[in-house]
Structure formats: C-alpha cells, structure tokens
Design a protein around this ligand. Structure first.
Ligand code: ADP
Ligand code: MG
Length: 263
C-alpha cells in the first residue's frame, strides 16, 4: 500500500510504520561506560521492521541507557548501532534528521509546558522536517484523534491528566513519522487507572505494524503485542524469548528469580 497518502486518523499512524521487512534496528557489540561503571556489555540485538520487542529487567540493568544509545542521546564506547541501515552521526543537522527517525517516549512525559498540546505536536515536524504549518496541524489533529485527545488540543499540558499527557507525548513522537518507536517505562509514572489508556494506544500501534522497542514490566502488554522479550540485567542481555515462554517457562535462573519478584 502507498503509506504516504493518509485518509484518516488510522492512516496517520500507518504512515509512520515501517513498510519493509528485515532488520530496522541493529545493535552490534555495543559497550557503554559511565566512568568506571560498565553499563552495556556487548549488547547485540536485532529488531525487524514491524516487530515489537519488550525489554524487561531489574532497575539499573541498563535498559534506559540502551534506549538512549539507540536514539543517540548517549554515545556508545564500542560497537555500533544502525537504524534502517544507517549509523547515526555524532552531531550536526544530519543527526537531528536521523534522530527523528527514532521516536522516544519517556516515563516523564517531557511535554513543553508553555505550549499547547497542538503546538507540542506540530513543533518537531515544522522545525526538523521543515513541514508547513497547515499540513503539520492537520496531521497533528489526526494523531490526537487517534490517541483519543483531539478535544484537548488547545489546552496546556498541566491541564491534562497523566494518561492524556502521555498520549500527547506519543502523538508528538508519531508526528515525526518515525521508523521505530522507543518507549522507556511509559506507564510507570501513571496512576493505575490511567495505565490502560496508554497501553491501548501502544497496542493499536503495534497492530498497525509500527516497529517498537518497549521497556516495560506490563506483562499483559508483552503477551498481547510483543513478538520477543529481551531480559536485561547487569548490562547484559541474559535471555531472549517469546513472551509466552518467558513468562511461563523462563530459561535462565536470573530471569526466573526476577519474575518471582514482580509477578
Ligand atoms: P535501567 O533503565 O535498567 O534501570 P539505566 O540504564 O538507567 O538502567 O542505568 C544503568 C546503570 O548506569 C545504573 O547503574 C545507573 O546508575 C547508571 N547510569 C545511568 N545513567 C547514568 C549517568 N548519566 N551517569 C552515570 N551513571 C549512570
Ligand atoms: Mg530505566
């Protein structure tokens, strides 16, 4: 299908989804230190187009650092990371453009407090993608509709609930038409009753073929949406498994021990 021609809110997201097959994110022998601390130890991970990978593991294991490295918010010390076949440059305009291929949603929503929800969503496309205002606003409204908060477009972030703010953050990322979306514990700062409205949006994205790397301990989401679970601890990928196998029959003692604590 021609994914460049959207007709409605659903298409607004499908456009952003990767259309190809094969590896979209490749992490090869990646190492990262913070001073003496070796936080990523020979990480190897391939995420294919359209695939959803859930990353799970104890606090301090390196999950956020891995996400930030894929997005070049953190430089790595060894190995390389390719997104759609390209290694991200260290700086410059090219970096901003390629970084836009990788959408990122954090635990804290990181919206601009002094801009409306609509402005938050249109800012990136206008600045980085050099998209016109009218086109950006049209696309933004489609995305806000899709995440269920079109009626909040004129409000400021503080006027929205946590769940609504996180959905706005997802819409803002999608507005850049990323090839892959990274989510770093997107629901862990939310009140329990708001977790599902965010997970539902993410599940919808997954169904529509978006390539996603999701750090979360939400088992239900992993089982519904993920093809692969990666268990990370002490800077290493300890186990890669299907969600069903991982949650019922983990292979490693380290994973079993972790699961016994969170389940
Ligand atoms: P996780 O997301 O799995 O909890 P992180 O990637 O946040 O793990 O952290 C991995 C390790 O790196 C932890 O020991 C953490 O304290 C350390 N770390 C993370 N960011 C920094 C930083 N900017 N400077 C120094 N140490 C850091
Ligand atoms: Mg983290």
């Amino acid at each position: 299908p021609d994914l460049t021609k959207g007709t409605g809110p659903e298409d607004a997201i499908t456009q952003a989804a990767a259309t190809g097959t094969g590896p979209l994110v490749v992490v090869e022998h990646v190492h990262k230190h913070f001073g003496e601390l070796h936080v990523l130890k020979d990480i190897n991970l391939t995420v294919n187009a359209g695939e959803v990978v859930v990353v799970i593991g104890p606090s301090g294991g390196g999950k956020s650092t891995l996400c930030r490295s894929i997005n070049r918010l953190e430089p790595v010390d060894g190995g390389r990371i390719l997104v759609d076949g390209k290694e991200l440059p260290k700086e410059g305009k090219e970096l901003a453009r390629l970084r836009a291929d990788v959408g990122m949603v954090f635990q804290s929503f990181n919206l601009f407090a002094h801009k409306t929800i609509l402005e938050n969503v249109t800012l990136g496309p206008m600045k980085v993608r050099k998209q016109g205002k009218q086109e950006s606003e049209k696309h933004a409204m489609e995305l806000l509709e899709r995440v269920g908060i079109a009626n909040q477009a004129g409000k400021y972030p503080a006027q929205l609930s946590g769940g609504q703010q996180q959905r706005a953050a997802i819409a803002r990322s999608l507005a850049m038409r990323p090839k892959v979306m990274l989510f770093d514990e997107p629901t862990s700062a939310l009140d329990p009753e708001m977790v599902n409205e965010v997970l539902d949006v993410m599940t919808g994205l997954a169904r529509e073929g978006m390539t996603m790397i999701v750090v979360t301990h939400e088992m239900g989401f992993a089982r519904r949406a993920a093809q692969k679970v990666v268990f990370m601890a002490d800077g290493q990928i300890v186990e890669e498994n299907t969600p069903d196998e991982f949650f019922t029959n983990a292979r490693t003692d380290r994973a079993k021990d972790f699961l016994s604590k969170i389940l």
